[in-house]
Ligand binder design. Structure first.
Ligand code: IMP
Ligand code: MG
Length: 172
């Protein structure tokens, strides 16, 4: 059985989500902000984030398949769910659980650019810098980790562990 080593506890998560929500609420006052959650890993982070915002937002999702199964990127990325809200001239903030190689986020930002938004920024709960292959600007980073495979709070390993309230390092 793999071991679960605690990385972020409930209180820590609550604090970092509240803090990033304050920044976002301040930066996007009087804008038409659309949050785009990246399925499926970002669903818990996004749902906590919206409840901490003090500005109105719209919410949509994109689906991409990047990791097939296991802990390494499958290489080919494709869209499994398109955005349904009209993004023309909107401020768009992509909400991602974790940035690893950067390939998924680069693909998503390139796709979103084709939908003519006014502006696209990125918010990630976790920034894992060890295996970055594509330089990408993360405008709002909640927590930086150097390495390892993380699960919980939406993040999965082969679709398991998403329901955990805290973030853990999965040690094989
Ligand atoms: P990237 O394209 O390598 O940056 O991978 C990004 C995607 O892979 C994220 O959206 C996650 O869904 C998944 N991923 C990367 N690292 C982890 C991890 O440590 N735990 C769970 N999922 C991960
Ligand atoms: Mg993800």
């Amino acid at each position: 059985m793999p071991e679960l080593i605690p990385v972020l506890g409930k209180n820590e998560i609550q604090n970092i989500v509240a803090q990033v929500a304050r920044k976002i609420s301040y930066d996007y006052q009087n804008q038409e902000l659309v949050l785009i959650g990246v399925l499926k890993g970002a669903f818990i982070f996004l749902s906590d984030l919206v409840r901490n915002l003090s500005i109105p937002v719209k919410v949509d999702f994109v689906g991409v398949s990047s990791y097939g199964s296991g802990t390494t990127s499958g290489g080919s990325i494709h869209l499994t769910k398109k955005v349904e809200i009209d993004l023309t001239n909107k401020d768009v903030l992509v909400i991602e659980d974790i940035v690893d190689t950067g390939l998924t986020l680069t693909y998503i930002v390139d796709y979103l650019k084709t939908l003519s938004p006014k502006n696209i920024k990125v918010c990630a709960l976790l920034d894992k810098q060890e295996r970055r292959r594509q330089t990408i600007k993360i405008d709002y980073t909640c927590h930086v980790v150097s390495e390892g495979f993380l699960v919980g709070y939406g993040l999965d390993y082969n679709e398991n562990y998403r329901e955990l309230s805290e973030v853990y390092h999965l040690k094989f």
